[in-house]
Ligand binder design. Sequence first.
Ligand code: AG3
Length: 282
Amino acid sequence: MTTGKKNRKADLSERKEYHTESSGVFFKTKKLLYRQSSPYQNIEVINNEYFGRVLLLDDLVQTTERDEFFYHEMLAFPALVTHSSPQDILVIGGGDGGVLKEILRNPVRYACLVEIDSQVIEVSRKYFPWLSPSLKDERAELVIADGREFIEGIEKKFDIVFVDSSDPVGPSAYLHEEEFFLKLKKCLKPEGIVVAQAGSPFYHLESIKEKNSYLKKLFKVVCFYISPVPTYPGGSWCYVFLSDEVQPLDIKRDPPAGLNYFNLDIHRAAFSLPNFLKEKLD
Ligand code: AG3
């Protein structure tokens, strides 16, 4: 599992995300734009010559100006092209606004974003303004709340729920647990879909395996899929598509024009998994 901030001294000339005790990625800091602790986590925004603005939470790379589209499009579109009529959408996490931006490219009726840390939203509004107009869209509602309490208290049902969490540490830990997915299931309409980010197929293989086995008890359809995300550990990332009724390869519509990564060939290919992962999921 990613080691994150453990006992590392701050060196402001570089940001490093450790993937193991002895390896990881680094970003030279052209400019430090923001560095503060919220009640939940350490929030940093730096400017890097190649990747542009980089958002880190507790030393883990969340998004960068240059490669955000891989992750945000791949989190959003597989469910949006396979649900027969995605109207009411819930996002847990995702306070930077990136996945909401992709969702709102579709003619959805309502998208509710539940983020625990209001400082992440403020920072994104200021430093990632190309992601955050979505936060002002009239179809969007922003709720600053703990995802857990929110889903325990809500009666409304959704067509699609997206879980845009960080790694299973700190405020995101619960968003990777079986109990959370059980509760999410109760927020779904009958044809509902949940899509959650599920970590690196290379570094987080055991947690993907564990997730698969408990999710299979909860949902009839449990399909992991993969995309590249250049700045995440290992360079490729897993997502999980969950439903009782919808099969991910039963595509219902074309995606909107103007996307950078997602298309229907990518969609189909993303559900083909490499052997080392497949054998963990059987
Ligand atoms: N959420 C997924 C971040 C996971 C990255 N993990 C890491 N770097 N170890 C991203 C939020 C973007 N909306």
